[in-house]
Design a protein around this ligand. Structure first.
Ligand SMILES: Nc1ncnc2c1ncn2[C@@H]1O[C@H](COP(=O)(O)OP(=O)(O)OP(=O)(O)O)[C@@H](O)[C@H]1O
Length: 664
């Protein structure tokens, strides 16, 4: 699929999508996560692009939801699904499910939904899913201790593109390389011609370095895993808990991540920690070692009586010799022991078994009091330790990055599998929460058994099941608050969900595959002339179309005065009956409309089966071919039956008028 063919994808978006590894595949699979990885494309936009691409693939015009109320029902259905998604990703991905007239699209989602309904929503999996999110590219990674060098302008710009984390320097010759080697701890030269050049410092000639940039910048891989550690661990937990057929062993990923710190440095390496601590604690350990020596020496001096013969003292004073000479002569052994103690302390405190020689040189053999360290020797020790630390860190980074680089693709797949599982679990939970079944698509019209709308204003467990079927056009009559609007909503919802390819809240449902859903909600009172005309025009457009549509209309009579309404509705029904539409018109004027119709229109009714404590007891399933009695009629009947002798005749007479009306 060419991305530019997708409706709504302009040149700018196409350029952004082109940055993806495989934009065509992302679009053809409706893969919201992959699309959202394109720069500047939000999750919401990615969902819209994915939906447009799916429509395009199925040759679907996307006109199924033809009215505001139809669109509202879809949004409500989507909301119920999205409430059951744990991740934001799954909520977005669910937006790619939409009611479609395309048989192939419906079949595609039905396959997915059937698989999803086989999933068991395990609370541990849902908890683990909370931490899963699409993986992100790491923020800015800067590498300062290494640089790339080349004398070739083309290689220079290729290197800048391939390794933006590192400086790339243009050099003319070996002198240039040598200069760089003084400023960077490692220089990677890209030109073959530098092979064999003798330069001081760590200069490597690697003409193929750009083939595998992550090898010269292991930080890139490490930063990616450090940045995404949370979602990766969560995805590993999901795979483990859900027993997913994972593209990598979740434990292996956990183990690899355990070797990484949040800042992308290597964790858990004893040797590196020892060297790092040694560099950090060097000054403190040296001064502590000095104290150790001086305390010992001071104690030794205090304990000693030094006898100096007069002649010796004279000669010492004449030579201007200080106490050092005295120390050397009289306390040589004590001094040597004190310095030894200082050296041992330094080696032990910093665990410098493999740097013993240079560490011991930090304290010279020449006697002084107080004992002082040799600054030059300490500086050299510091340099050696720092270099050893950096070498170790780089080697470990490279090893760990090499292990992790192989896990990168499977890690993406693991996270994607977790996110897709969340989409499936949202559908599974929706189906379980609302006792759903997959509808069948056959025949004309619809037939719902045991339908229970989750959109009612009563808790779902209290929703009474409704059986209702229609073929052709029908009027739906019934008592006030009997459930007429709710029945239209149920029919609309079942059709919307069914044509999304999803299960529907019913014991069973047989549906015709419609090309559009027109659902006209009840208008809030009489319309002015302009609005009335606009509404009539809508119906004008509707009846001339030849599509197989489902038309649901709620109390259209309220748009104008009752007499005119009955005539208009009768006319619309006649026109619809001539076409291929299936229609239900809820109306309190069913008898009047039927009287105006030149065709034999079915009138179904939601009946009150009685009055209980002043409340109507209703059978929520419409009775076929039955004009339900209205609430006023029921009240009159109640009065006629229970009234006293005086006004009883009056109510009887009223009731007789109703009966007469029904028989019209
Ligand atoms: N199947 C059902 N199960 C339980 N309660 C229901 C059911 N259908 C409807 N109700 C309850 O009845 C109320 C009224 O339903 P609805 O608005 O559909 O009636 P209506 O016949 O369209 O009313 P009106 O004649 O006033 O337009 C709903 O708000 C809901 O509380």
């Amino acid at each position: 699929m060419d991305v530019r063919e997708v409706p709504g994808v302009g040149a700018k978006t196409a350029d952004r999508l082109a940055e993806l590894d495989d934009p065509e595949q992302a679009l053809s699979e409706g893969d919201v996560a992959a699309i959202a990885r394109a720069p500047g494309i939000s999750d919401g936009r990615a969902a819209r692009i994915a939906r447009a691409a799916i429509r395009h693939r199925h040759g679907d015009d996307g006109e199924f939801l033809a009215t505001d109320r139809a669109r509202e029902l879809y949004r409500d259905a989507l909301g119920l699904l999205q409430e059951r998604a744990v991740t934001d990703y799954a909520a977005r991905r669910l937006e790619t499910l939409y009611p479609s007239a395309s048989e192939s699209r419906v079949a595609e989602v039905r396959g997915f939904a059937e698989r999803a309904m086989g999933r068991e929503p395990d609370p541990d999996v849902l908890e683990a899913l909370a931490g899963v999110e699409p993986l992100e590219a790491p923020g800015d990674v800067r590498v300062r201790d290494r640089c790339l060098a080349t004398s070739n302008a083309e290689a220079y710009s290729a290197a800048r593109d391939a390794v933006p984390e590192m400086s790339v320097e243009l050099v003319d010759d070996a002198r240039g390389l040598a200069e760089l080697a003084r400023g960077y701890s490692t220089v990677v030269a890209l030109d073959e011609r530098f092979a064999g050049v003798e330069v001081e410092g760590d200069v490597r000639v690697e003409p193929r370095a750009l083939d595998d940039p992550e090898r010269i910048v292991p930080e890139r891989t490490l930063a990616f895993f450090a940045r995404n550690r949370g979602p990766l661990r969560a995805a590993a937990a999901v795979a483990r808990e859900a027993g997913l057929d994972a593209p990598l062993e979740p434990d292996a990923l956990d183990d690899a991540l355990a070797e990484l710190n949040d800042d992308g440095t290597v964790a858990g390496d004893e040797e590196l920690r020892r060297l790092t601590d040694a560099v950090d604690d060097l000054d403190a350990a040296v001064s502590m070692a000095e104290s150790v020596a001086n305390d010992r020496l001071r104690a030794a001096i205090e304990d000693r009586d030094v006898t100096v013969e007069g002649a010796d003292l004279l000669s010492l004073v004449e030579r201007g010799a200080g106490v050092d000479s005295l120390l050397e002569r009289e306390l040589a052994d004590e001094y040597a022991a004190a310095v030894d103690a200082a050296r041992d302390h330094l080696v032990d405190a910093l665990d410098l078994a493999d740097h013993t020689d240079i560490a011991r040189r930090a304290f010279a053999d020449d006697p002084t009091f107080p004992v002082e360290h040799d600054e030059r020797a300490v500086s050299r020790l510091r340099e050696e330790l720092t270099a050893a630390r950096d070498r170790r860190a780089t080697a470990r980074k490279r090893d760990l990055a090499a292990d992790l680089a192989d896990l990168r693709e499977p890690a993406h797949e693991l996270v994607d599998a977790g996110l897709e599982l969340d989409v499936e679990l949202a559908v599974a939970r929706f189906a379980a929460d609302f006792d759903c079944t997959m509808p069948t698509f056959e025949g004309r019209g619809i037939a719902i058994e045991g339908g229970r709308s989750p959109l009612l204003d009563v808790p779902f467990e209290e929703v009474e099941p409704v059986d209702y079927g229609i073929e052709g056009v029908a009027l739906l009559s019934g008592v006030n608050s009997g459930g007429k609007t709710s029945t239209l909503d149920l029919v609309g919802l079942v059709v919307v969900l069914g044509q999304m390819g999803l299960p529907v809240p019913a014991e069973s449902a047989r549906l015709e595959r419609f090309e559009a859903l027109h659902y006209q909600a009840k208008s809030q009172g009489t319309l002015d002339a302009g609005a009335f005309e606009a509404t009539l025009r809508e119906f004008g457009d509707l009846v001339v179309g030849s599509d197989r549509r489902l038309v649901l209309v709620d109390e259209l009579e309220s748009i104008t005065e009752p007499g005119a309404s009955a005539v208009i509705i009768a006319g619309i029904l006649e026109a619809l009956a001539e076409g291929d539409s299936t229609a239900v018109f809820v109306s309190h004027l069913a008898a009047e409309i039927r009287a105006e119709c030149t065709i034999d229109v079915t009138v179904d009714g939601i009946e009150a089966v009685g009055l209980e404590d002043g409340e109507l007891v209703v059978n929520r399933s419409p009775r076929k071919d039955h004009l339900a009695r209205s609430t006023p009629e029921l009240i009159v009947e109640k009065l006629a039956r229970g009234g006293d002798a005086e006004d009883g005749a009056f109510y009887e007479a009223l009731l007789a008028k109703f009966d007469g009306g029904e028989s019209r």
